[in-house]
Ligand binder design. Sequence first.
Ligand SMILES: Nc1nc2c(ncn2[C@@H]2O[C@H](COP(=O)(O)OP(=O)(O)O)[C@@H](O)[C@H]2O)c(=O)[nH]1
Ligand SMILES: Nc1ncnc2c1ncn2[C@@H]1O[C@H](COP(=O)(O)OP(=O)(O)O)[C@@H](O)[C@H]1O
Length: 197
Amino acid sequence: MARRARIFVVSGPSGVGKGTLVALLRERLSCLGLTVSATTREPRPGEKDGVSYYFMDDAEFDRRVAAGEFLEWAWVHGHRYGTLRSEVERVLASGSSVVLEIDVQGGLSVRASMPDAVLVFVEPPSVEELERRLRGRGTEDESQIETRLQNARSEMDRAPEYDVRIVNDDLDRACSELEEVIHTYEMDGGPSEDVRD
Ligand SMILES: Nc1nc2c(ncn2[C@@H]2O[C@H](COP(=O)(O)OP(=O)(O)O)[C@@H](O)[C@H]2O)c(=O)[nH]1
Ligand SMILES: Nc1ncnc2c1ncn2[C@@H]1O[C@H](COP(=O)(O)OP(=O)(O)O)[C@@H](O)[C@H]1O
């Protein structure tokens, strides 16, 4: 059966392990295309422009919004983040599927313009564990952690709107489940009974 390149959106609350999970997925599925998002947030130590994100100021972000360059964009934790159409088109044209690690508002607006996109929500084993991971990462100060935990509740409320939900308890197991979802949807070209909730 033919394999079809598709858009997979991966969302979930900050600290649930999306970045870790998608990094492992990319190691296992080297055929997945890589896209880089744009953001107005400051780079963290060690983050490189064009690798982690395209870091840009408000004026440049505005200019690109006005020019229609974004497939979607959203305010997340007080900053703007967006997926450039050019990034997604480049990968799909090469025949590879693309995984977008984006917030819930962004995920739902991707679905609105690309109804074919598969939306995957990553859930924590518990709210306590989510907080532990967020604090354990040590990249945000207390007020940023509070904002992220508050946003986590409203994001998790929207999980039922996603096609698939994966609990990131054991990383290896969660990654295998995500791999399975990708294979199934690439082969089917549509939702299948056993991976849909
Ligand atoms: N809508 C949208 N959200 C994005 C995009 N890129 C990243 N995000 C989301 O922005 C949020 C913050 O990302 P980041 O600053 O890296 O912080 P972290 O998730 O706490 O590590 C996460 O929920 C990401 O999924 C994008 O292109 N569009
Ligand atoms: N399955 C897991 N079990 C335990 N810790 C995890 C797991 N997945 C990720 N982590 C840890 O949780 C923290 C947050 O993960 P990260 O990938 O940065 O989250 P996100 O990208 O969703 O904000 C990191 O310190 C990471 O090492």
